[in-house]
Design a protein around this ligand. Sequence first.
Ligand SMILES: Nc1nc2c(ncn2[C@@H]2O[C@H](COP(=O)(O)OP(=O)(O)OP(=O)(O)O)[C@@H](O)[C@H]2O)c(=O)[nH]1
Ligand SMILES: [Mg+2]
Length: 319
Amino acid sequence: MPNFDLDLLQSGNRRALAKAITLVESKLDKHRTQAQQILEKILPNTGKSIRIGISGIPGVGKSTFIEAFGKHLISQGKKVAVLAVDPSSPVRGGSILGDKTRMEELSREENAFIRPSPSEGALGGVAQKTRETMLLCEAAGYDVILVETVGVGQSEYEVAAMVDFFLVLMIPNAGDELQGIKRGIMELADSLVINKADGESINLARRTKTHYQNAFHLIKHGSFWNPRVETCSALENERISDIWDMISEYQQLAIDNNAFYEKRSNQNSQWLNKLIHEMIELRLKHSVEVQDKMPGLQQAVINNTTTPYIAAKQIVDLI
Ligand SMILES: Nc1nc2c(ncn2[C@@H]2O[C@H](COP(=O)(O)OP(=O)(O)OP(=O)(O)O)[C@@H](O)[C@H]2O)c(=O)[nH]1
Ligand SMILES: [Mg+2]
């Protein structure tokens, strides 16, 4: 693909977008290079969306929520892109197929674009590719980017580090342990939304809400926003519009408090730092000189004939 049509991408053409994402996700160096050239050129046209992370344990209703939420956004005239960071997707394999059926109506919408999680990436991992895909979607005119991640392991941290608003879905149940919710997650969340607040679970959902509201009072937060606890039913489409209103309110407050773009700048700096570290590590791994010198230095450290500091410096000085 030597002549990629940037204008076509920026006119919102889905095939051009899919093509660019394929380059971003490719394992081939020449594709990666081309992807970076595209990204650099479109950069001025990125950043105009609101980026929302959606996390929660398997079965909490993420896909059902995104279907309802995405349809609501489209009814408000928005263009919605749904991306995913699933570090286990190569293992789970079929989870994406399941999602296609969960988001059946949304996936048929002309103003919706749904992209499954990339499989494990080299530099920067899966999250790196999702970040770049997010930029492509923004250049293609999507106003809301939803990044879904399953609430296990490291992926929540990675998604929280790339979005403006991080929403954690919960099920009605006041016991923390059952939801595997850690203090760390509460610190990441801009909102906890208790889903499945319908039928016989309505009262339990209310009690769960109170429980987490109290828990949030114990955590110190930023100056302009205190994380909110809400309830909804994705299945019955209840209180979905309220969730969007809350996020819009957050965005306005963040902009008014000069926090919105500052957060993005910080995220970009951190992303840069992370990539630098990973690139250095890769260089070390692939350097013949380093590989030659390493065993001797390791032995020297073990034998106490040199210090770890001196040995480390000799290695790093090689690159
Ligand atoms: N009663 C009720 N059930 C719901 C609601 N939202 C989702 N469900 C059901 O919960 C189950 C799991 O929903 P999913 O949307 O697939 O959950 P998920 O979080 O995407 O799950 P994974 O993709 O496996 O992580 C399905 O059977 C849904 O129909 C809700 O608001 N109320
Ligand atoms: Mg799902």
